[in-house]
Design a protein around this ligand. Structure first.
Ligand SMILES: [Zn+2]
Length: 291
């Protein structure tokens, strides 16, 4: 029986790799399984495909990053940069939180203040070796590169979003890409992190050491997120996974929308930002699992 199960799941790993390879074939980054991570790569992929490392979240606050490194605490929905995904969703659509300076840091301050007043959670992270203008969060520190990727690869992002089942109409797509192209000011990652930390209730994590992600998970299973501690207990810190909880996007978009009809465009903006972040951070060899 064990042999049957094993060969069957190996088939599912093979299918997963083949079916999802196109999702990052245009990736431009460097994070992917290295030579020394090949040994248990299939095993990690196989177990992530089963969904058994995805368990119920503690709350719906979309406050944790997709980052796979250890040092995080609590199980909450994951998205690029945590609360920063809401900043981008607003910046690429209605710009409700922008002020006359047009800086991302001031919009982020306004957004965080709004969420705090509304009783919503806010969160993000640094790491234990970032210096100077860097925060330690790639989705934050590389925001300018991520916007540039969105503009340069707009058609690719639309195609991938639609492949994932996200409906994208022409006006929404054109508005998001035009807003990404129009932004020329980018506050530093350190500035954005410091604004988050002005809020004493912010969920802040200091993640540890280097990236060892070998799989990127796109999770559509409602109310669940990746239990990275369980993954680490099983595989140690040499096999980490990015994870994005796309099921949480519409609820998060609703929390910052003035009108219900704004929600779908904000969801598309979140999908584009998360996909673009993955393309900027990951190499083409990153495996993708869609749950
Ligand atoms: Zn991050």
């Amino acid at each position: 029986m064990e042999m049957d199960r094993y060969s069957m799941t190996n088939e599912s790993v093979k299918d997963t790799i083949e079916n999802n390879y196109p999702l990052l074939q245009h990736a431009e980054g460097t994070i992917e399984a290295g030579f020394e991570q090949q040994e248990r790569l299939d095993e990690v992929t196989e177990l992530l495909v089963t969904g058994e490392f995805h368990t119920l979240v503690e709350d719906y606050g979309m406050i944790k990053c997709i980052d796979g490194r250890p040092g995080g605490y609590g199980l909450y929905p994951n998205t690029a940069g945590g609360t920063e995904t809401l900043l981008v969703a607003d910046d690429l659509t209605t710009k409700r939180f922008a002020d006359e300076t047009g800086t991302t840091v001031n919009a982020y301050r306004n957004l965080i203040h709004y969420l705090e007043e509304a009783g919503e959670m806010v969160g993000g992270h640094g790491d234990n070796h970032a210096e100077g203008a860097a925060s330690g969060c790639g989705a934050n520190d590389k925001l300018e590169k991520i916007y540039a990727f969105m503009v340069r690869s707009a058609d690719i992002l639309r195609e991938l979003a639609e492949k994932l089942g996200v409906v994208v109409d022409d006006i929404t797509h054109d508005t998001i890409i035009a807003n990404a192209a129009a932004r020329t000011q980018f506050s530093t990652g350190a500035e954005l992190l410091s604004v988050l930390l002005e809020n004493e209730n912010a969920h802040h994590e200091e993640l540890l050491d280097v990236h060892n992600e070998v799989v990127a998970v796109i999770n559509t299973q409602p109310d669940t997120s990746l239990d990275r501690q369980a993954l680490a207990d099983h595989f140690g810190d040499d096999y980490q996974a990015f994870n994005v909880d796309v099921w949480a996007f519409s609820g998060a978009a609703a929390s910052i929308a003035e009108l219900p009809e704004e929600i779908s465009a904000k969801v598309v903006a979140m999908v584009y930002y998360n996909l673009a972040t993955a393309h900027v951070l990951c190499g083409k060899g990153m495996r993708v699992v869609v749950l």
